[in-house]
Design a protein around this ligand. Structure first.
Ligand SMILES: CSCC[C@@H](NC(=O)CCC(=O)O)C(=O)O
Ligand SMILES: [Mg+2]
Length: 374
C-alpha cells in the first residue's frame, strides 16, 4: 500500500433531539472524517472528538490541527511509506507514537488506512478483528431530561423499538429518582445501567451505594478519569460493578485499572484508546482477566458505528454496547442507515467497513474539505 493523499472533511450533523450529559448538552455534531487515497483502494476514518474538550482533552479543531501539522507529515516520510507498504495499518500506531496523546486523531487515521487495506484485500473489519457473530445486541444511551415524565416517555419509546439495554446519563441531583422511576415503570427485568461521565467524587460513595437497590448492570465512570485509586476504593463500597470509560486510554491503563481493582467492566471506545487495533488488545487483556467489555459510542455516523458494531462481535463483548441504530441520533445518516432488528444490529459483511458515505448525503452536511497530498 502507498499513501497518495488524504482528505480531511468536516461535517455538521444535527441531532434528532438534544443529548444532555453531566458535562453538557449536544444539539449537533461537528465531525472530522478522514479519507485516505492509496494505490490499492480508498479508506474512511471517523474522529470521535467532540467540538469542545469536555469529554476528554481532545476537541475536533485540535485533532484536525494535530493531523495536519504532526501526524500526517510523519506518515508521509519515506520510512513510513515503506513500513505501511510492508505492514499496513498495523504500523500506524508505532509511526505516530512520538506524538503524545491525541488518540482520537490517531485512531481516525489508523481506521482509514485499515479500511483501505481491508477493502483491497476484500476482508471485512469484523473478519480482521475476530468477530464471532453476524449481529450484536444494541443498547441505547438516554440523556438527562427536564422531567421524569419526559424521561419515561423516551425510555418507553426505545423499549418499544426493541433496544436490548437502557443506559441512563446521571449527575448529582439526577440519579436515584430517575433510576427508581424507570424501575417502577418498566420493572426489574429491563437491562439497565447508568453513566456519570466523572460527575461524582469519593465523598458521594454512600449516596452512590443507594443505586445498589436497583439491580444495575454497572455504574459507568462515576469519578474523574485520573482517579483510578478512587474507583478502586469506591468498588469496595458498592455492590454494583464499576465500569470505566474515560479512565481507560490504552491497554496499559486498562491493565493498571484491572490490577488495582478499579473496574469490573470496561467500556471500550476505539477513538478514546487510539484505534481499533488497540481496542482489540484491550479486549484480549480484559478477557485474560475475566473482565467483561462492551463497545461505547461517541454519536458516530454510520462509518464509525459500523466499525464499532464489527468490534462488538468479538467474543469478550458480552454486554450490549452503545451501538444504537442510525436514527437514535440522526434523521439522515451519511451512510445507508443502520437499522435495529429484534434488538440487534447487523455486523457489516462487506470489505473494510462494509459501508461508504452516500455522496449526495455527504455533500449536504459537509462544511469544509482540506486536501493533503503525499
Ligand atoms: C456526547 S456524549 C459521548 C460519550 C458518552 N456516549 C454515550 O452515551 C453513547 C453515545 C452513542 O450511543 O453513540 C459516554 O460517555 O459513554
Ligand atoms: Mg461513558
Amino acid at each position: 500500500m502507498k499513501l497518495l493523499g488524504i482528505e480531511l472533511r468536516r461535517v455538521s450533523m444535527p441531532l434528532v433531539s438534544p443529548f444532555r450529559t453531566s458535562f453538557g448538552t449536544q444539539t449537533e455534531r461537528d465531525i472530522l472524517l478522514i479519507k485516505v487515497v492509496t494505490d490499492d483502494a480508498e479508506g474512511w476514518g471517523e474522529c470521535v472528538a467532540l467540538a469542545d474538550p469536555l469529554y476528554s482533552a481532545e476537541y475536533v479543531d485540535s485533532q484536525q490541527d494535530v493531523l495536519r501539522r504532526f501526524l500526517l507529515p510523519r506518515l508521509a516520510t519515506q520510512e513510513s511509506q515503506a513500513a505501511l507498504a510492508r505492514f499496513g495499518a498495523a504500523a500506524v500506531a508505532g509511526l505516530l507514537h512520538a506524538v503524545k496523546g491525541h488518540r482520537m486523531a490517531k485512531a481516525a487515521v489508523e481506521m482509514a488506512i485499515l479500511d483501505a487495506e481491508l477493502r483491497a484485500l476484500g476482508r471485512s473489519f469484523g473478519r480482521e478483528l475476530g468477530a464471532v457473530a453476524d449481529r450484536v445486541p444494541s443498547g441505547v444511551s438516554v440523556g438527562i431530561h427536564d422531567s421524569i415524565p419526559q424521561l419515561l416517555a423516551a425510555v418507553e419509546g426505545y423499549l418499544d423499538e426493541g433496544y436490548a439495554r437502557i443506559k441512563l446519563k446521571i449527575e448529582p441531583g439526577w440519579d436515584l429518582v430517575p433510576v427508581a422511576a424507570v424501575r417502577d415503570r418498566f420493572g426489574g427485568d429491563v437491562p439497565l445501567q447508568v453513566d456519570a461521565n466523572t460527575a461524582y467524587t469519593l465523598r458521594d460513595a454512600r449516596h452512590l451505594a443507594k443505586l445498589d437497590a436497583y439491580d444495575l448492570l454497572l455504574i459507568e465512570q462515576p469519578l474523574e478519569e485520573e482517579d483510578v485509586l478512587g474507583h478502586a476504593a469506591l468498588a469496595r463500597e458498592l455492590a454494583t460493578p464499576i465500569c470505566l470509560d474515560e479512565s481507560v486510554v490504552s491497554a496499559q491503563t486498562a491493565a493498571a485499572a484491572i490490577t488495582l481493582g478499579a473496574c469490573q467492566i470496561i467500556n471500550i471506545k476505539p477513538g478514546r484508546v487510539g484505534g481499533y487495533l488497540e481496542a482489540r488488545r484491550i479486549h484480549d487483556l480484559a478477557a485474560a482477566h475475566g473482565i467483561a467489555v462492551w463497545c461505547g459510542g461517541m454519536l458516530e455516523t454510520g462509518l464509525g458505528r459500523s466499525a464499532n458494531i464489527a468490534l462488538s462481535a468479538l467474543p469478550g463483548f458480552t454486554l450490549p454496547g452503545d451501538v444504537s441504530a442510525s436514527d437514535r441520533f440522526y434523521r439522515t445518516d451519511i451512510t445507508e442507515p443502520i437499522v435495529l432488528v429484534d434488538g440487534h444490529v447487523p455486523v457489516p459483511a462487506g470489505p473494510g467497513l462494509g459501508v461508504t458515505p452516500v455522496p449526495e448525503l455527504l455533500e449536504r452536511v459537509t462544511t469544509s474539505v482540506e486536501l493533503i497530498d503525499f
